[in-house]
Design a protein around this ligand. Structure first.
Ligand code: BES
Ligand code: MN
Ligand code: ZN
Length: 478
């Protein structure tokens, strides 16, 4: 993986030098030699964050102009975009040194906090490639990024959070035929040993013995068994306990309420929430954050078969709530019902769940914004702020109490779907709320965010690793 290092001054032994250029086509003080404004204009370069051009420089090195926007406007978002643009222009080079941080405000001699880490995140994430099973896997040659004026600890922080995102991308990208519940649980076990957090895996028998009826009901039609994974990063002197809960449907066919072909194509990504939770707990451990982070991964495959849950069947969740299943494609909330119940039993200070939960969220907010609901305004505010800082925007949706009656059932405590198609994301949120008791709770609906149709900026085509950095930032800022 691309490795960032800090330096006090521009080194000479690099393939390229990347300098910041504002939207007036001038370089800030201390940025070093930049291409002239006339040349940049002819290249179509306007100095916007996310733009970069590569030109011949002196001494056989390439010179990269990196857009940093209006003077005085350089923030974490523009730093992330600048890092991504830089990595995009330099994919064929081995080493680049950059003075981009000269565009930002400085604090006590060094760059302001958050800028260097965001720059590194952008570069590392734009350079992400999934090798897959191709004979010629795609490569990104850039190996060394020297950041002038950066604090090494800031670079390390950016590297850890980019690695969290990259890991989540890998797990989403891996085909569902191999990335099944057993395999994802195994990945968690290995990562726990490597990064320093505890991992407990419950197999199907244990899941039955513990009465996780939602997970059993969803996996009933699948030939591959479910898993419930509990993660625990428990530093001494922790200031709070935060429980993270992830939807881990390793493939969502819809079950007997089978999805149409088009809707099923991206459903290997339906474990994106569990991927984000696993990656962020690992990052919390790697960063040594002073927060106790618990993780619950509800892992199952949703398939149709002779043993599948039928429409009208009733499942009993861990907390005793009975659920009438009227649509087997609303399976995420069934597995989350059990995982949320388990999280509540540990009496954490907060529960945050992450799930690719509803197509309705994609209709409401699109593929680049997380939908947030919750019972605690303070917790929701923390999540929205973390998403903003991480460059993963989030927007709150209301838990409309008037709609709750739609979940009333004639034969059970709850139906798993509302009576129509209206407010689908909110109906799912209202359903989940039944399982969080009085623990402050926030729900992140990341449907559509987990996979990108094309590469753009720091996002690469395929798995995005969405919400991993939001969670890391949430824990870091706690
Ligand atoms: N995994 C899907 C939601 C989804 C849709 C994720 C698009 C990513 C992209 C979820 O399990 C689902 O199928 N939800 C149903 C719920 C409905 C049956 C109430 C949906 O949104 O159609
Ligand atoms: Mn579904
Ligand atoms: Zn699903």
């Amino acid at each position: 993986m691309l490795e960032p290092t800090a330096a006090a001054a521009l080194p000479t032994d690099v393939d390229a030098v990347a300098v910041p250029v504002h939207d007036d086509l001038r370089a800030p003080d201390g940025a070093g030699p930049a291409p002239g404004p006339e040349l940049l204009r002819r290249c179509g370069f306007e100095g916007k964050p996310g733009q970069a051009v590569i030109l011949p420089g002196e001494d056989g090195r390439a010179l990269v102009a990196v857009g940093v926007g209006a003077p005085g406007g350089f923030d974490a978002g523009s730093a992330r975009a600048a890092g991504a643009a830089l990595a995009g222009q330099c994919s064929h080079l081995r080493s680049v040194a950059t003075t981009v941080l000269a565009a930002g405000p400085s604090a006590g001699g060094g760059a302001a906090p958050g800028l260097a880490s965001a720059l590194v995140e952008g570069a590392l994430l734009a350079a992400y490639r999934y090798p897959g099973a191709r004979r010629k896997p795609p490569v990104h040659d850039l190996e060394h990024l020297v950041v002038v004026g950066a604090d090494q600890a800031e670079l390390a922080r950016g590297t850890v959070s980019a690695r969290a995102t990259s890991r989540a991308r890998d797990w989403v990208n891996e085909p569902a035929g191999s990335m099944n519940p057993t395999r994802l649980a195994q990945v968690a076990t290995e990562l726990g040993a490597a990064s320093g957090f505890a991992v407990e895996v419950w197999d199907e028998q244990r899941i039955a013995a513990e009465r996780l009826g939602g997970i059993l009901g969803v996996s009933a039609g699948s030939a591959t068994p479910p898993r419930l994974v509990r993660l625990a990063y428990e530093p001494a002197g922790a200031v709070a306990t935060v429980a993270l809960v992830g939807k881990g449907i390793t493939f969502d066919s819809g079950g007997l309420s089978l999805k149409p072909h088009e809707g099923m194509l991206t459903m290997k990504g339906d474990m994106g929430g569990a991927a984000a939770v696993l990656a962020s707990v690992a990052a919390a451990a790697e960063l040594g954050l002073p927060v106790r982070a618990l993780g619950f991964l509800a892992l199952a495959e949703n398939m149709p078969s002779g043993s599948a849950t039928r429409l009208g069947d009733v499942l009993i969740a861990r907390n005793g709530t009975s659920i009438e299943v009227l649509n087997t494609d609303a399976e995420g909330r069934l597995v989350l019902a059990d995982a949320l119940s388990l999280a509540v039993e540990e009496r954490p200070d907060a529960i945050v769940d992450v799930a690719t939960l509803t197509g309705a969220k994609v209709i409401a907010l699109g593929n680049d914004v997380t939908g947030v609901m919750g019972t605690s305004p303070d917790l929701v505010a923390r999540v929205l702020a973390a998403g903003r800082a991480a460059g993963e925007p989030a927007w709150e949706l209301p838990l409309v109490q008037e709609y709750r009656a739609q979940l009333d059932s004639e034969v059970a405590d709850l139906r798993n779907v509302g009576t129509g198609r209206a407010a689908g994301s909110i109906m799912a949120g209202l359903f989940l709320r039944e399982f969080v008791s009085d623990v402050p709770w926030a729900h992140l609906d990341i449907a559509g965010c987990e996979m990108a149709e094309r590469s753009e900026g720091w996002l690469t085509k395929g798995g995005t690793g969405w919400a991993a950095r939001t969670l890391v930032e949430l824990l870091r800022a706690w």
